[in-house]
Write a protein that binds this ligand. Sequence first.
Ligand SMILES: *Cc1c(COP(=O)(O)O)cnc(C)c1O
Length: 501
Amino acid sequence: MKNALKPELFRELPSVDEVVRMPDLVALAAANGVAAVTDAARAVLARLRGEISSGLLDSTALQLALGGLAGAIEEQLRRALGHSLQPVINATGVILHTNLGRAPLAEAALAHIRETAGTYSNLEFEIETGARGKRDVHVDRLFRRLLEDGDRAGSEGLRPLRTAEAAVSTRVDVATIVVNNNAAAVLLALNTLADGGEVIVSRGELVEIGGSFRIPDVMAKSGAVLREVGTTNRTRAADYETAINERTRLLLRVHRSNFEITGFTEQAATAELVALSRKHNLPLMEDLGSGALVDLQNFGISGEPSVLDSLRAGVDVVTYSGDKLLGGPQAGLISGRADLVARLRTNSLFRALRVDKLTYAALEATLLAYVKHDHDAIPTLKMMRLPKEEIGKRVEAVAKSVASVEKARPTVSSQSRKMKIKIIDGESVIGGGAAPSSVLPTRLLALSCADLSADELAARLRHSDPPIVARVEDGRVLLDLRTVFPDQDHCIAAVLDRIAM
Ligand SMILES: *Cc1c(COP(=O)(O)O)cnc(C)c1O
């Protein structure tokens, strides 16, 4: 029956021209432009046509929809002219959530972007001499400071790790350059140091990260030839040595960021590889991935080597991400022997992979926080350090505020969704392919609703403004406030209130 009515229903739809002449929309066009309003009208009418075709709208429903046409077009316009990229509340407890933009930036980083990016800056200009400068200096000087800093016996709390090999240390001149991300850093380093030659890598370190970064693929793109040695679980220094020949250009170690091999395993010690590289006069490169600048052992996170340690141990070139454990903007940093880094810099690929002033501003401010030992200023580091008890208090406050609203509500309890909120122990993770086996104890809000499935409840949370992203586990929705900024707690409470009604 519905199908028979379809042609008539289609005839009820006004034309785009008629719609944009509606008084409400004329005003809207004056403010936003006729073209934008026409596009929005077209989109809304197309949606209505689609709904008629698929039998979603009968005559009554269509009349209702047409009555709200101006409103629907205004809403469509608002969305079309609004931002697609928008803030969300990360209640997953995954600190470096790749899909949610990895590391939120420090206030100081945002302020420095604001201060330098809306005007001209000395990005590549030496103020002293008036000559052309290099953009590298803004980050290079701070990294040198960090390295020297760690060499002096550090002061309080979070100081960089010091290893037995510290003696090799900073007699070597270390330079740092910045490219678009760590994948670019690895590509640039391999292409510069090993194009046309062989690179020796352990079979246990041929990693894939995030589905699109595979060491063998990047190696192929760089023009270097991969020379695999050892087995997945055991590779000795002798395996590397046997594979060295006249075509060998580089020894490469890759940090197994996102997995662990346990059981019957063996990995050549960094000191052994350093000795080997010196003996054969071949550079040793390490793709660290994460780039911790402090000893994360203090945070309860083990197995993440620090950049400074690797350099002190005598690794010649280290590559790492700006937005993993470092907690800064997306970037790939390359720190290492100044003569090698200078070669990377003159590679024309560097020009293609370099970063802009926004990244330098954010990176400089983030590194300055490390220089000042102001680790709490870096949001990701602060989140890693949040004690379970503190998270527990915030979780209780949110649960309590929802419960009190629940009680104050006049008795329409038959309509209430009866949201159940429990507070349970759980674990937060680092994420971003870092420290796979490290978990941080936390307290969680576990939500369930009598008349909503966990997936439906999670969808409700995502459709709030700003969207709240939660974890669904065992038929419950779990909220971890470790990754929620404290000033967002009230927003979560308000949304839970609304859903609980
Ligand atoms: C994350 C990671 C990469 C890729 O870094 P991006 O900054 O995401 O490009 C490369 N190597 C290792 C070992 C990593 O952990």
